[in-house]
Ligand binder design. Sequence first.
Ligand SMILES: *[C@@H]1O[C@H](CO)[C@@H](O)[C@H](O)[C@H]1NC(C)=O
Ligand SMILES: *[C@@H]1O[C@H](CO)[C@@H](O)[C@H](O)[C@H]1NC(C)=O
Length: 226
Amino acid sequence: MWPLLLLPFLLAAAANASAADAEPPPAAAMAPWPEQFHAVVVTNLTARGGRLEVIDLYYDWPRGRDLNLVRLQLPDGGEPPLRNVEWANGTAYVFDAASCRTFQFAVGLLPPDWKARGAAYLGRARVDGFDCHVWSNFLFALYYEDVATGRPVAWNFMGMERHVLSFEPGGVLEDASMWQAPAYCFDGSNDGDAADGVDGQGSRADLVNSMIRFAGAPAAAASFDQ
Ligand SMILES: *[C@@H]1O[C@H](CO)[C@@H](O)[C@H](O)[C@H]1NC(C)=O
Ligand SMILES: *[C@@H]1O[C@H](CO)[C@@H](O)[C@H](O)[C@H]1NC(C)=O
């Protein structure tokens, strides 16, 4: 069962990366992320019982947060998207219209200059038709960035491969209500089935299970020079 292999895989990836002692990255490959961006990414979880997912990702470093708006392909009953709001202090809320789960991670938001903070540069690879610089850190087993434009192309996060359909530097989600976790995240009734996964909602269960595993990761796997 591959979920059990996940963390060892991440750890192994990191070990290989440092053992490889690759060439230092070209300066252009070191460019930090924009402090704010909006990306649309797609992931295919059907092989593990999930679905195709389209995720609107809003990264907002100055305000110390990011948001994932997760839409499943052809949701049963037309459920609204699942939202995952992650804060710089490591608290994350995963919720839908009915219930919520809260997670506490050892590390908070990835800083824009994460590549300069102990990530391993693994050279070049062709992904989705793009010539990419390849990076690895405790969060991304593999992260691919277009050499020509510096835009992210794909990454492997918790064993989920995500492909970037659009990338908009400076893209901000202003609507405060989208960031606000609902009251049921705070009143003790927060362990409903919302993010646990219900019939046909394997992707949701998958997302949450990944987060649980990550939350339980040894500190060494989740540390960087902050
Ligand atoms: C998703 O993955 C499944 C299983 O690997 C594959 O059969 C299917 O073609 C993929 N769908 C897309 C849109 O890539
Ligand atoms: C982290 O910040 C969020 C948003 O402000 C807040 O809801 C949460 O309680 C904080 N977590 C901790 C552990 O302080």
